[in-house]
Design a protein around this ligand. Sequence first.
Ligand SMILES: Cc1cn([C@H]2C[C@H](O)[C@@H](COP(=O)(O)OP(=O)(O)O[C@H]3O[C@@H](C)[C@H](O)[C@@H](O)[C@H]3O)O2)c(=O)[nH]c1=O
Length: 385
Amino acid sequence: MHKRHWDIFCTVVDNYGDIGVTWRLARQLVAEFAQPIRLWVDDLASFASLCPDLDPALATQTRDGVSICRWDPDFDPTWQPGALVIEAFACQLPDAALRAMAQASPRPLWLNLEYLSAEAWIDDCHSLPSLQSNGLAKHFFFPGFSPRSGGLLCEGSLSAQRQAWQADPAQRQALFAQLGVPPQPAHCRYISLFTYETQALPGLLQAWADGQDPVCLLVPEGRVLASLQPWLGQALPAGAQARRGNLQLVGLPMTDQAGYDRLLWSCDLNLVRGEDSFLRAQWAARPFLWHIYQQEDDIHLEKLQAFMARYASGLSAEARQALLDFHLAYDRGEAEQMAIQWPQWCHHSAEYLSWARRWPEQVLSGGDLASRLVQWVENRLEYGV
Ligand SMILES: Cc1cn([C@H]2C[C@H](O)[C@@H](COP(=O)(O)OP(=O)(O)O[C@H]3O[C@@H](C)[C@H](O)[C@@H](O)[C@H]3O)O2)c(=O)[nH]c1=O
């Protein structure tokens, strides 16, 4: 049967998370559910950072089976909705779209895709409808870690791809060679760094430089360089290298999302941020540190603690406390704490790795986000529930 298309609307706010999540979701819906998708994006230039073969000058183009449409201020007045309209992260739909949705027959389902949170309250809000001024109900879809939430974005074949990569050390060696990483001692710890600016970073860099064991830090282009450069005393653009004590630093270009996954799979520790890199670090089955997106009144620290309460539940009490302290120090920007927290992290690193390998299977057992979303839509279209 011919499927009616879905529209996903995304405005790029100030980072890559909004487009990163919607682009990933769109591709998965096409690849695994044969769902025709139109992805509307207001900033194709930012999108091109994650999708290098995108042409920002084109009003419409198809990539990986997704129909990508430039969302211009004068939105297409002839647009007609399909079965579902997704507004990502509370972006404001064009008035013309709101009118067309109200006049369409049958009317489309409409949902707002919320930001990911590990907090318990989202379970009671997930999927709730709210009547809007155009007469349609908008539902709120909450991604999350619990069985009652909207689940977590993860492609069906990802775990097998990641396992095959990690089972073959030659893949990692080839990647590092391709990235221009100079040869390191066998016991070197490889760490990727893709966080926001933070005053904690110089303390951590110093701990790595002064540490007994070698560290190789791989830094994709991004905001964190503003915190790294003053300590380093030089810029670290893509392709550049520097050495301080036992710390080797390498600047990397941004790649597409698959390339970033391969970097995460290849490192012993990944420092990540936001929403999407945070999840990809979990699917890498390697230890990670989450630099959460900062919010007013330290709300982000509550969200961090809610996640840590879930994630660290499989760790010993000592390792759990050390991991929480490491996160809180980094997320609060406490540079002097890093000299204390880093040796603690190293002390528990084997336990962190062992738990990181078990976590994805456990947290995905109730189905991933795209599967839950498709089921949610089918239930409403078939039974109206
Ligand atoms: C380093 C790198 C990242 N990426 C991708 C991975 C992710 O999809 C994307 C980064 O997104 P995030 O990790 O979510 O971090 P972010 O900081 O870019 O996005 C954030 O934006 C804020 C506005 C939101 O409120 C946050 O919740 C969050 O989504 O960049 C690549 O594709 N290639 C790369 O080389």
